[in-house]
Design a protein. Structure first.
Ligand code: HEM
Ligand code: ATP
Ligand code: ATP
Ligand code: MG
Ligand code: MG
Lengths: 204, 218, 230, 47, 218, 204
């Protein structure tokens, strides 16, 4: 479903990763590992099409990718439901009845986004993924500041709902999600200092 | 697409959304000018058309940075970019929302402020018409500018720098129309030209805006 | 808010009576002024509203002080409740004044000091209300608006003198000034007094009612917050 | 109805506008008063 | 304390810090006005003092929201609050930094722009002096306003709404001084009063600002 | 060194925690646990003096507390060193020679704050704590988006440098820091729905 071949990506004009290749079949997830600064975020942004790759190719079904990171587009002045409703509308989807239960947001239904705690906000951000119904998810540290219980909640949703429905997920994280998924350590793909590509190339 | 418009309007009307602030700013600028140039009615009424237009232009200007910056900071913009919504449509909706929350109220309030500057009676109609034709252009151009500066934190000032020059033609024709109206000359020419500008902006700028947004999201 | 309940209807009734009596008296049963003609009748709206516009702000300052010092919630809410009333009075003063200008000065608006300082007062009201609206947490809002109200008052006074300096104007002298020679004859005097009384009472009643509303709204907010966690 | 001379419009409009403004203010305040009171009773009944 | 000042200045000079933007905005507003009111030099030179003052006031205004908002968003403000630095001192430094990056350049550039509006020759000296005395007050008052609205995301417009009325006295005296200078009258009175206002602002507002900041950080 | 007695704190006018009491001796750390939304952040902010408590008392040496959270006051337009230098100056301290090594920032020395990866930013934020030389640290999820290695780095610094020098730390976190410190679960202190206190009390 998702195939990446010899991908290279740069950040701030500096090549960060080179020659990354992997495949993910429908219903599978893959977990990106690597020390801080190796390029997980950069890779995910490139996969999601938020920045152009410097080489290689990425292919997955059109209009099926979704990127989620720390900044998860929550409006502080809108209630939890309104926030979700908006994203549902934008994606022309209906709000799944169970979504609030799934992410344990039922009690917070009418809370303004701004009055949520760090973890509650995060849960709302993740609930968004359940709403937009995209098949290929690129998740950058999705469980930051979630407690164990919520992490489990999210892992279960991913496993039983998203992947079970033939979805795909690429997840960058430093913790253990308790998810049966292959891991990909990015350290070996780190670009050599003299790697070319990147916007400065023309001047080297 | 309509969902985006509705959300923006709702956000604008919520507490802290800053609806009506543009209006208040307009009022204040118009009030400040006499403090600057002095109280002579005759002098004020001569500069009234220009001041009213410059003031409404500034009022529109100050609300521009809200157009994209908030969405950019909280990541909504990036998510919109990966959503089925075409960027062009988003840009258009943003401009529309801005006009409804700023340009329209300004237009309706302008005549009342014309009083303060003792604007010539004949000019009121033209003031209204010219603003009605002109403010949409201001919103659309402003949206483009906002897209240009969206990456820059607190880029409000830079934004105004980029946008103000683009406002010049609209300003000239708008103020000219009102002035001619005040002097009893025929302002249709100026109005026509301004309508043209507005039409052109809405035909072309959404695409430019979308392109700029995509670049800024990299 | 116990004692206010019985007082509320009475103050409204009294205010209504005073206003009706004063305005009817002033409008129908006073002669025209020899130099101002019938326009002198405007005074019955203009002077009271103008006075109350100022007094409303003064009351807000006092309430803000009480809130800042004693942290007495009701006073903060009272200040909030008074602001819109003050705005309306200011508007009336501006409007009647403006209209008065037409016959007197041949223009609806002149940048005359007192008019101008009321315009500035109007701006202060706007900012004050806008700040209340903009802040989510009510206590923070109360604190911030209080500070704004006090600092604002200082600048409002400064502006008033600045404006005088800027344009020595053509406004009427004070009506109620206790200077020896009565500059306005009793015929106009008594209805005017009744109207002023009416405006004072109306202000009092409105602020009472609006404060009660604010308190209840705040209580709803509190109860809902508690319910949410239950 | 007293004869207001040639400033009829001014005087009448002054009275008209002022009274309208006052009535609107009173009406709005009253409406919100009733609304909020009802809402509070609602909340207190449930809570 | 000095460290804060230096940091703010450095940030202002760094790319995106927006140093000189205020200046450019000033320039543009002054350039826009003739487009609005029409090109007659005689008319322009009459309104020149007022326009120059209003413009510099607006330029100062537009850069206000950067004073605290950035520090608030990235948490620096909270950390400063728990640091040994007294809030009053921080407020003062902020105002100072704002003046150095905005008021000072404005003052120095104003005469050049007076030229554009064909300001009377006698007035230049007074323009310079009045701005030199007045702009610090603008910065201090603005800092207070910025502190009031720091909690509000993108509160720029509300900020201007709160601050502009506070600017009125400064504006009146400033413009009056220049106008009198232009008409060959004696402007010392106005200048004195303005100096008084400035002194008062710096004596009192830092405390108000600090108090407001503490409230907003709760 | 840090003593908290019957502390109650509120958020958004709503009491969140009541009757929290604990003591931390010099050289000790304590770890706050609890599900998302229980009130860890609120408690830490109250301890740090960023918001007033609704009851109870907190005492620790004057001018010795420091609060650190996700928003760690990093200027994107300043380099790593400049960022640290500034905080050192504000606290009238000198920049410890080894600080950059300790938090593995040496290579990033002259990077602009804005060009750091999530974890690198976090490390910079933590390095600040080593610079200001405050004794009582209130840390809100200090290790968010840090990789295992960096977490260890931080834990070691806390243990061997800060605590060893007689410092104190109150840490809210969901992960395991591998720190030998008592844990305090806040769940039992959750305010009852009808608890009073909080700014709304007057209206209940
Ligand atoms: C537009 C805004 C105006 C405002 C805010 C305003 C304000 C005031 C205020 C505050 C007073 C009360 C003074 C006192 O009795 O202590 C007053 C009185 C008065 N004003 Fe105005 N005024 C305005 C316009 C006018 C105009 C245009 C006229 C035209 C003649 C006018 C004529 C008077 C008169 C006659 C009094 C009563 C004092 C007397 O009778 O001598 N005002 N005004
Ligand atoms: N604007 C920029 N200019 C130059 N280099 C940058 C820029 N942004 C990031 N980098 C560098 O690119 C590298 C990859 O950053 P990235 O955010 O992808 O790392 P990461 O794997 O997500 O790290 P973390 O786990 O901390 O999030 C880092 O070394 C970072 O320093
Ligand atoms: N402005 C607010 N108004 C009302 N309630 C709020 C507000 N801010 C936070 N809360 C609530 O206060 C409670 C405590 O929030 P807090 O951030 O302290 O939790 P936390 O323990 O830090 O959670 P996390 O582990 O997710 O960070 C939460 O239930 C939250 O919903
Ligand atoms: Mg990352
Ligand atoms: Mg927290």
């Amino acid at each position: 479903m998702l195939r990446v071949r010899n991908l290279g990506c740069a950040r701030g004009g500096v090549p960060v990763l080179t020659d990354v290749s992997f495949e993910v079949a429908a219903g599978q997830a893959i977990i990106l590992r690597g020390p801080n600064g190796v390029g997980k975020t950069t890779l995910l942004r490139t996969l999601a099409g938020l920045q152009p790759p410097i080489e290689g190719e990425i292919d997955f079904p059109e209009e099926e990718g979704a990127y989620a990171s720390h900044a998860d587009g929550i409006k502080t002045a809108l209630t939890v439901t309104e926030n979700l409703k908006f994203w549902a509308d934008v994606h022309g989807a209906a709000l799944p009845a169970t979504i609030l239960e799934t992410f344990d947001l039922s009690d917070l239904r009418d809370r303004l986004g701004g009055t949520l705690s760090a973890g509650q906000k995060r849960r709302l951000g993740l609930a968004r993924l359940g709403v937009i119904g995209r098949k290929v998810l690129f998740l950058d540290e999705p469980t930051v500041s979630l407690d164990r219980f919520s992490v489990k909640l999210f892992a279960d949703w991913l496993q039983d709902t998203h992947l079970a429905a033939g979805g795909v997920a690429v997840i960058a994280t430093h913790i253990d999600l308790g998810l049966a998924a292959p891991e990909l350590d990015l350290t070996p793909f780190k670009s050599a200092a003299d790697a070319n590509g990147g916007s400065d190339e023309a001047f080297l | 697409m309509i969902a985006l418009l509705l959300r923006d309007l709702r956000l604008a009307f919520r507490a802290g959304g800053g609806f009506g602030l543009g209006l208040a700013f307009f009022l204040i600028v118009v009030v400040l000018v006499p403090f600057g140039v002095g109280p002579e009615t005759e002098l004020l009424s001569r500069i009234a058309p220009g001041i009213l237009w410059v003031a409404s232009l500034l009022a529109a200007l100050l609300s521009l940075d809200r157009i994209f910056a908030l969405d950019f900071e909280d990541g909504s913009l990036g998510l919109l970019a990966t959503s089925p919504l075409p960027m062009e449509g988003a840009a258009l909706m943003k401009a529309l929302a801005h006009w409804i929350t700023t340009g329209l109220p300004l237009t309706l309030a302008a005549p009342a402020l014309g009083f303060l500057l003792s604007l010539a009676t004949e000019a009121y109609a033209y003031l209204l018409i010219s603003l009605l034709l002109g403010t949409p252009a201001l919103s659309m151009i402003g949206t483009f500018g906002a897209a240009l500066t969206v990456g820059i934190r607190r880029g409000g000032l830079l934004l105004s720098l980029l946008v103000l020059p683009l406002y010049v033609p609209t300003l000239i024709f708008g103020a000219e129309a009102v002035r001619r109206g005040a002097e009893g000359l025929d302002p249709t020419g100026a109005l026509m030209l301004m309508a043209g500008i507005t039409a052109g902006c809405f035909a072309l700028l959404p695409f430019a805006t979308a392109a700029v947004l995509r670049i800024n999201l990299r | 808010m116990g004692w206010t309940r019985p007082v509320l209807p009475w103050s409204f009734a009294l205010a209504g009576v005073c206003l009706v009596v004063g305005l009817v008296w002033g409008f129908f049963f006073t002669p025209d002024d020899f130099r101002q003609g019938s326009t002198v009748k405007i005074i019955y709206l203009h002077v009271p509203s103008a006075l109350m516009a100022i007094n409303a702000w003064i009351m807000m300052v006092v309430a803000s002080l009480i809130w800042v010092i004693r942290r007495h919630h009701v006073s903060a809410l009272a200040a909030r409740a008074a602001a819109p009333v003050g705005v309306v009075f200011t508007l009336i003063a501006l409007f009647t004044g403006g209209i008065w200008g037409q016959p007197m000065w041949g223009t609806y608006w002149a940048w005359e000091p007192r008019l101008t300082s009321f315009l500035i007062l109007f701006l202060f009201y706007l900012g004050y209300i806008a700040l209340w609206e903009a802040i989510e947490d009510p206590d923070t809002a109360a604190d911030l608006t209080s500070v704004l109200c006090m600092v604002g008052s200082v600048f409002a006074i400064l502006s008033r003198y600045a404006v005088w300096f800027w344009n020595q104007g053509l406004h009427q002298g004070a009506t109620l000034s206790l200077d020896k020679e009565e500059n306005i004859s009793d015929v106009f005097w008594f209805p005017l007094l009744v109207c002023i009384a009416g405006f004072v009472l109306l202000f009092f009643a409105l602020v009472l009612m609006r404060t009660r509303t604010e308190i209840r709204a705040r209580r709803i907010r509190a109860l809902q917050a508690r319910a949410r966690r239950a | 109805m007293p004869d207001l001379g040639d400033y009829r419009i001014e005087v009448l409009s002054a009275y008209g506008v002022s009274l309208v403004l006052l009535l609107v203010l009173v009406w709005l305040s009253w409406r919100r008063y009733v609304k909020v009171r009802a809402a509070l009773e609602e909340v207190e009944k449930n809570g």
